[in-house]
Design a binder for this molecule. Structure first.
Ligand code: SF4
Length: 392
C-alpha cells in the first residue's frame, strides 16, 4: 500500500507542464539595491548546497518540464559540472526541455566560462548588466565595468543564439541622456531579448538605509515616466510582450517567465524558492525556507517537499490558495502581459471599472472577451491593480 506522502505527489495533475526554477543563493558581494535572497558567505562548503538542490529535486514527482531557469544569487558561480548534473537529473523528468536559462554576471570574478556552461546544457544566457555607464555601475555596487559586460556579451554571441540582458532605469542620478546611451549600446549589440526594470527601493538594502537617513534622493515620477517613454521609443522594433520585457520576435520571448505571467504551475528548488502547483485539484503555494543554512538542514533530513499530513515536515511553508486569491494573483500576473486577461468565464471584475480604464486610454477592453493594458496603462500598473481590487 502506498504511504500518504506518495499519494500526495501522485495526485498532482499529471497533464500539467511545469517550469522549474533553481535558486543559487550566493553572491561575491551584495549590490546596494538588492533585496533578493542572496547571501555572501566566506566559509561554507558550496558542494553541500549543490547536493541539497539535487536532493530537493529527488523529493518531487516527475513532471513534463517546459523550461529550467537557474537564478540567484549568482548562479554563474556554480561549477558547470553541478549545472550539468542538475540538468541531467531533470532530463529524467523530460528528455526534451526547450529552454534552459542561466543568469550570468558578466565578470570573470563572478562566472565560470561560457563554453563550459553551454557544454553543460545551458541554451539561453541572461546577463545581469543593469547599465553601460561605469559611474552608475559603481554607484549600484556592481563588480563589473561596462567594457567587461560588452566583452562577455560578444563572447556569448559566438556560443548562444538565445540570450537576454537585464537593465535598470529610475536610478538616482541617471539622466535621460545616460539611459539613452545605455540603450544605444544595447541596440548596437543587437540582442534578441531585453528586460528593463525600474529600480525599487527596498528597506533591507544599503539604498533603503541611505534613503531613510535622507542621504539618497530617488528620481521624480515624471523623470521615470519620461525614461519609460524613451525605452518604448528606442525599442519600438521589439515586441513589447510584458511591462518590462522586449523580444525580437515571439520565439525569443522568455518561455520560463511566460509561465509565471500566465499563472501556470511551476516548481522552485533551493532556499527561498516558491512553487505554485495543483494538488487534489486545489492550488497550493510553497515558500521554501529562505536562509540557506536552514533550508539545507531541512532538505538533508527530509523525505518530502510538501506533506499535507505533516506540515512541520515541509521544506517551507505550504499554503492553500483560495479561489479569490487565485483570481487576484492570476489577474495580477496576466495584466503584466500584452496578451492581457481573458474575460471568458471571468465575472469577478466590475465591468464599469474596466470600461472606465478603456475610456481614459489605460486599457483595451473588449466586453466579456479580453482586457489588457496599453503602454500608458503599463506605467500605472500598480495604481490600476489597486483601483480594480478596491485597495486604495
Ligand atoms: S549580483 Fe544579483 S543577486 Fe547578487 S547582490 Fe547583486 S543584484 Fe543581488
Amino acid at each position: 500500500m502506498k504511504n500518504r506522502k506518495n499519494m500526495v505527489f501522485e495526485q498532482i495533475n499529471n497533464n500539467d507542464e511545469i517550469a522549474v526554477y533553481i535558486h543559487w543563493p550566493f553572491c561575491r558581494k551584495k549590490c546596494f539595491y538588492c533585496d533578493l535572497n542572496s547571501h555572501v558567505r566566506e566559509k561554507i562548503t558550496l558542494e553541500h548546497y549543490f547536493e541539497g538542490l539535487l536532493k530537493e529535486i529527488s523529493l518531487w514527482k516527475k513532471h513534463k518540464i517546459t523550461s529550467i531557469f537557474f537564478g540567484g544569487g549568482t548562479p554563474s558561480l556554480m561549477k558547470p559540472e553541478w549545472i550539468q548534473a542538475i540538468i541531467s537529473e531533470l532530463k529524467k523528468w523530460s528528455t526534451f526541455i526547450p529552454e534552459i536559462t542561466l543568469e550570468v554576471n558578466p565578470s570573470s570574478l563572478e562566472s565560470y566560462s561560457l563554453e563550459r556552461f553551454r557544454d553543460a546544457g545551458i541554451n539561453r544566457i541572461s546577463f545581469g548588466v543593469q547599465s553601460f555607464d561605469d559611474q552608475i555601475l559603481q554607484f549600484l555596487g556592481r563588480t563589473h565595468t561596462a567594457q567587461e559586460a560588452i566583452q562577455w556579451i560578444r563572447k556569448a554571441q559566438q556560443l548562444f543564439s538565445n540570450m537576454s540582458i537585464d537593465l535598470m532605469y529610475g536610478i538616482p542620478n541617471q539622466s535621460l541622456q545616460t539611459l539613452k546611451e545605455t540603450l544605444d549600446v544595447v541596440l548596437n549589440l543587437n540582442l534578441p531579448h531585453i528586460s528593463l526594470y525600474a529600480l525599487t527601493l527596498e528597506k533591507n538594502t544599503k539604498f533603503g538605509q541611505l534613503y531613510e537617513r535622507a542621504q539618497l534622493k530617488m528620481p521624480q515620477d515624471d523623470l521615470i515616466a519620461d525614461q519609460y517613454e524613451l525605452i518604448l521609443q528606442k525599442l519600438k522594433h521589439y515586441l513589447h510582450y510584458e511591462i518590462s520585457n522586449f523580444a525580437k520576435n515571439e520565439s525569443y520571448r522568455s518561455k520560463h517567465n511566460l509561465t509565471y505571467w500566465r499563472y501556470k504551475p511551476f516548481i522552485g528548488i533551493g532556499p527561498g524558492a516558491h512553487s505554485r502547483i495543483w494538488i487534489d485539484n486545489e492550488w497550493y503555494a510553497i515558500h521554501n525556507l529562505k536562509l540557506p543554512e536552514q533550508w539545507l538542514q531541512k532538505v538533508q533530513n527530509n523525505t518530502a517537499v510538501h506533506d499535507l499530513s505533516n506540515l512541520q515536515n515541509n521544506i517551507g511553508i505550504i499554503e492553500k490558495i483560495d479561489q479569490k486569491i487565485f483570481k487576484m494573483e492570476q489577474f495580477l500576473m496576466n495584466l503584466r502581459t500584452h496578451e492581457g486577461i481573458s474575460l471568458v468565464n471571468n465575472t469577478f471584475l466590475q465591468t464599469d471599472k474596466l470600461q472606465k480604464l478603456h475610456d481614459v486610454g489605460d486599457a483595451i477592453y473588449d466586453a466579456n472577451i479580453s482586457f489588457r493594458l496599453t503602454n500608458k496603462g503599463f506605467l500605472r500598473y500598480n495604481a490600476i491593480f489597486r483601483y480594480l481590487f478596491d485597495q486604495n
